[in-house]
Design a protein around this ligand. Structure first.
Ligand code: IVH
Length: 673
């Protein structure tokens, strides 16, 4: 067993570090390290103090909750302390919690629980007196918090006044103030524009906002709140005796309550609740760090009571951290399908967001500069759901004894051709002859959402290109089983399987084929939109940029990439070769009534009161018309808004069909898609 002295030293060091991070987190809203790292320090301290209870001191951070209240705000003493929650991190520990609950309550019957998301925001207490929001306060150190009424009053969803009868004359509602992911992104975008400080995550942004003295700032930020409990109701007022019913009641009074709350009978459905919530986590509009499971019956809650820090009747089921710290071992450059040369951080492997991660994209050199990232730095990595891992920031106070600056390569790391700068992107100038670009475009072509050739993955494509067997995507359809068996890790069976998969892939859809071509900016959704709109590849090839822009979600940039791609002879030749080799797809049925103006040319003249001219034009193109700038014999119809001049005169001379604005609007109305 280590000497008591060294334990004491470790405890002291942990306390120093923890106090430092508590101050940064709670008082300055600018943490230096991810929560997971803080939790590690804290958990280690708890472990040591549990082993050596005589070393626990009243000043230890384990003996208090939250941070010190800020001096600038008036202080509020909570009627009932705002405590924190005990946590579990796996199913077994959740079962242990249930077992403890049953043991304390001396029951072997299933206990009814209330399950809710654990919001990652700022805890707040709202005090209502005679139906009016009298005071809002932060948790502070749990006993004394800060008065933030001025800021909370700016939050739209927090009721200021309750115009209903039958409510207690004085009661307190507690909950979490938070920013949605989108709201956070907007705040940071605005801060970047204004050149002011950006926030690390939505919780710090919400906490930082609550700590502003000037409420005008809070009023500009899209804060939200979910309420999760009600305390100190007046003794004369009869309230429901279950938490779930209290929450329904609060909702009825106009308080925002999380709609994802659920009642569970026994612990098994709580497991399922947690699992589903974890699964849904990436798609939620807000950040959560777990689920909270609470005994639903308030009588039983009272029976169980509290420890000094937390209630015995509740538990936080913490989800794997989405942010952790690790070290950058190197930065390498990867060449993508379109030649973009992207910096990628090679990391000391870490478990984050439920998976082990050893690479993170750095996007481009501007991002490397923004992060001020050097090889050897300790960084915060974020991985949420299936989104590729990102480097959030460099942890500044961890020394890097041998920083190595990251420089953009002058030549392509794959083929040695010069690299050209295009906006923020560095691009290999060699085009498809660059082996990396070739490999990536073939890999993309074969990928599941594209031609879906099972078994033709990164490694195999690499070998086939390196051995000059594949020069382009069409060569895939010439592959034969006997020659494949000569490759590494390819037996007879797998070779035959691959050839079968290639054969099968020849029958595809227009959307998949379009996507597989790897046109810049054409993702799956855009490929599907183009296929559905035009129905045939010929129509897409023939479309000009304006026509392409009539497709939902296709803007000028995408339209220009599509148009350019299909203007290049080599690309058209490749498509013909693929078709010659048997690649085929059915045309997509585009109902004729969807394009009633097919073959017609319309002209817009004068102004339109009801819509901008661009919109009118887009609506006509969607219906199949071409919209021209001048009137001729071939014009099918002229829309003449107020102030129409010479074009109208000419249309009248040519005896063309003319629609006034109201007639045009009526026409559009009857042709809504
Ligand atoms: S119940 C006695 N329910 O988590 C404590 N807390 O560690 C009662 N939190 O600061 C808390 N979502 O602000 C509860 N649905 C939820 C919560 C929640 C987030 C926060 C709370 C507190 C911390 C507890």
């Amino acid at each position: 067993m280590p000497a008591r002295d060294s334990i004491k030293k470790e405890i002291e060091s942990l306390r120093r570090q923890i106090n430092h991070h508590i101050r940064l987190y709670h008082t300055e809203d600018a943490p230096e390290i991810p929560d997971a790292d803080y939790d590690q320090l804290y958990d280690r301290l708890v472990e040591l103090e549990t082993q050596y209870p005589s070393l626990v001191t009243p000043e230890s951070p384990t003996q208090r909750v939250g941070g010190t209240p800020l001096a600038e705000f008036s202080q509020v003493r909570h009627d009932t302390a705002m405590l924190s929650l005990n946590k579990v991190t796996n199913e077994r520990e959740l079962d242990d919690f249930d077992a403890r609950v049953k043991k304390t309550l001396e029951t072997d019957q299933p206990v009814q629980y209330n399950c809710e998301p654990k919001m990652d925001g700022v805890a707040v207490s709202l005090l209502y007196e005679h139906g009016l929001l009298a005071r809002a306060a932060t948790r502070g150190d749990g006993v004394v918090g800060e008065d933030i009424t001025h800021n909370v009053k700016t939050i739209q969803c927090v009721p200021q006044q309750l115009d209903i009868g039958g409510i207690p004359s004085r009661f307190e509602v507690r909950g979490e103030i938070f920013l949605s992911k989108a709201g956070f992104a907007k705040i940071n975008r605005d801060a970047e524009k204004a050149g002011t400080k950006t926030f690390v995550n939505p919780r710090n942004a919400a906490a930082g906002t609550m700590r502003q003295l000037d409420p005008r700032l809070a009023s500009k930020r899209p804060l939200q709140m979910y309420c999760y409990s009600m305390v100190s109701g007046s003794s004369t007022h009869v309230l429901p005796d279950r938490l779930s019913e209290i929450l329904d009641l609060l909702e009825g009074w106009g308080f925002p309550v999380n709609p994802r709350r659920e009642v569970a009978i026994g612990i098994e459905p709580c497991h399922q609740y947690c699992l589903k919530l974890l699964n849904d986590r990436p798609g939620l509009e807000y950040e959560i760090d777990g689920a909270v499971i609470k005994v639903d019956e308030l009588g039983l809650q009272r029976e169980m009571g509290f420890t000094s820090r937390s209630p015995r009747w509740a538990i936080a089921y913490k989800f794997p951290a989405e942010e952790v710290s690790t070290k950058v071992l190197d930065v390498e450059f990867q060449v993508g399908r379109t030649g973009a040369v992207t910096p990628v951080a090679r990391l000391k492997p870490v478990f984050v967001g439920g998976a082990t991660v050893s690479n993170a994209t750095l996007h481009n050199m501007d991002e490397v500069a923004r992060l001020n990232l050097n090889v050897g730095d300790t960084v915060i990595i974020r991985r949420a759901g299936d989104v590729i891992p990102q480097v959030v920031k460099v942890i500044e106070n961890i020394p890097n004894p041998s920083p190595k600056m990251v420089h953009a390569p002058k030549v392509c790391p794959a083929c040695g051709s010069p690299v050209e700068k295009e906006g923020v992107v560095y691009r290999c100038s060699a085009g498809i002859i660059c082996p990396a670009q070739k490999k990536e475009s073939i890999r993309h072509f074969a990928s599941r959402s594209a031609m879906d050739i099972e078994g033709l993955g990164e490694k195999l494509v690499g070998q086939l290109v390196d051995r000059n067997i594949l020069g382009n995507v069409a060569d895939i359809f010439l592959l034969e089983a006997p020659s494949l068996t000569e490759l590494d890790r390819m037996g007879e069976k797998s070779s035959e399987k691959l050839v079968d998969a290639i054969e099968k892939s020849k029958h595809t859809t227009l959307a998949k084929f379009l996507y597989s071509l790897g046109v810049r900016e054409i993702g799956e959704a855009t490929a599907a939109a183009l296929a559905n709109y035009f129905g045939t590849l010929e129509r897409i090839i023939a479309a000009d940029e304006e026509t392409l822009m009539a497709v939902p979600d296709v803007g000028a940039v995408v339209a220009s990439h599509v148009h350019t791609f299909f203007s290049i002879e080599d690309n058209l030749a490749l498509i013909n070769r693929l078709r010659g080799l048997g690649v085929h797809w059915p045309d997509v049925k585009v109902a004729e009534h969807d394009r009633p103006l097919e073959g017609q040319t319309w002209v817009l003249t004068g102004s339109l009161d009801a819509m901008p001219r661009d919109e009118a034009k887009a609506r006509l193109v969607v219906l199949g018309a071409k919209v021209a700038g001048s009137v001729s014999k071939k014009t099918s119809c002229v829309v003449a808004g107020p102030g129409a001049g010479s074009k109208l005169t000419k249309a009248e001379e040519l005896n063309l069909k003319i629609l006034a604005e109201d007639e045009f609007l009526a026409f559009l109305d009857t042709h809504k898609l």
